[in-house]
Design a protein. Structure first.
Length: 325
């Protein structure tokens, strides 16, 4: 007999997000099938997280259940959800949030008081935190956490992790949620290589190769006085992947900016800029050396990178450059 409902919402764009959800699914549906609990799986990004959480809390019967948030990061405007969290907790729904993104101390303290559990550790990826909490000795959970760390900390040790990340990034968007659920299902039972993954990878590599070439052909190099060179490019590809491509092809660059042309979402990566604080200026967030945000007028009508965007980045990068630059 099914017990209380488990609702999971996770970051839809990377292996750490879906890997975290796979460990949760393994814990609640596979580890003890006699006590399997009903699960509903959702996916979000920082730009639509508030909207999706509102829909869940207002429309899903969460009473006596758990609402588990993973790998989203906390942006300042998420405080809008605090009253809904309080309402859900009052209705006997346990809210648990697992993360590894930087968060201000006051927001962290409020969350810890408001919800059942808030765990954040920037030294681990979210899948590692969830594995340690739910299934510390489980072989499959440990493998998921290992592969997730490989992507999040860019150690590049495991080809299978890179392939999974590419497949996940390719299947972005709510209309592809069923595909993401299939990825989660396979990982939750320890299938990291599968004929279906092989079929997906053929499509993914064709797409990646085409968009990588496009990104490299649309690179904009900017020199900022008293800072150095920054690189900006865009494609119909995740901003993080664009940054990775730029880093592989260009050296002696202080800052990389990748723009996902599909959603006008920006990833900034630099060891010389406080990327998180820069992103917060635009209601984004992330890590000190890697963060994401949006900007309203990135492109001109001719699909060129606008001077307004470049000027904003020049000012912001200089403002948030780290000491010693």
């Amino acid at each position: 007999m099914l017990e209380k409902m488990i609702v999971s919402i996770t970051h839809e764009l990377d292996l750490d997000g879906l890997g975290s959800q796979a460990i949760i699914k393994r814990c609640f549906t596979h580890s003890n099938k006699e006590k399997a609990q009903e699960m509903k799986l959702y996916y979000a990004h920082y730009t639509n997280f508030i909207t999706i959480v509102k829909q869940i809390i207002n429309n899903v019967p969460l009473q006596q259940g758990q609402f588990i948030i993973s790998d989203i990061g906390f942006n300042d405007d998420f405080r809008e959800l605090f009253s809904l969290f309080s309402k859900a907790e009052d209705n006997y729904c346990e809210i648990l949030w697992f993360d590894h993104h930087i968060i201000d101390k006051n927001n962290e303290e409020e969350l810890q008081k408001l919800i059942k559990l808030y765990l954040n550790d920037p030294k681990r990826c979210t899948a590692e935190i969830i594995k340690d909490h739910y299934l510390p000795d489980d072989f499959v959970a440990n493998k998921i956490a290992k592969f997730s760390r490989d992507i999040d900390f860019q150690t590049k040790k495991y080809e299978v992790a890179s392939n999974l990340q590419s497949i996940i990034a390719y299947n972005r968007g709510y209309e592809l949620d069923d595909v993401k659920k299939k990825i989660v299902d396979l990982m939750s039972v320890g299938k990291f290589e599968d004929p279906w993954f092989d079929e997906e990878l053929v499509k993914v590599k064709q797409w990646e190769n085409k968009q990588t070439e496009f990104a490299l052909n649309h690179v904009k190099i900017i020199e900022i006085k008293d800072f150095g060179k920054i690189l900006i490019s865009f494609a119909t590809l995740g901003g993080g992947k664009i940054v990775s491509v730029l880093k592989d092809h260009f050296t002696e660059i202080k800052c990389y900016i990748g723009i996902d042309f599909r959603y006008n979402e920006i990833i900034i990566h630099s060891d010389y800029v406080n990327c998180r604080e820069l992103a917060r200026t635009y209601k984004g967030g992330g890590h000190k050396n890697r963060a994401g945000f949006k900007f309203d007028k990135i492109f001109t009508k001719g699909h060129e990178i606008s001077r307004e965007f470049v000027q904003n980045m020049e000012i912001a990068i200089y403002k948030f450059k780290l000491n010693g630059i």
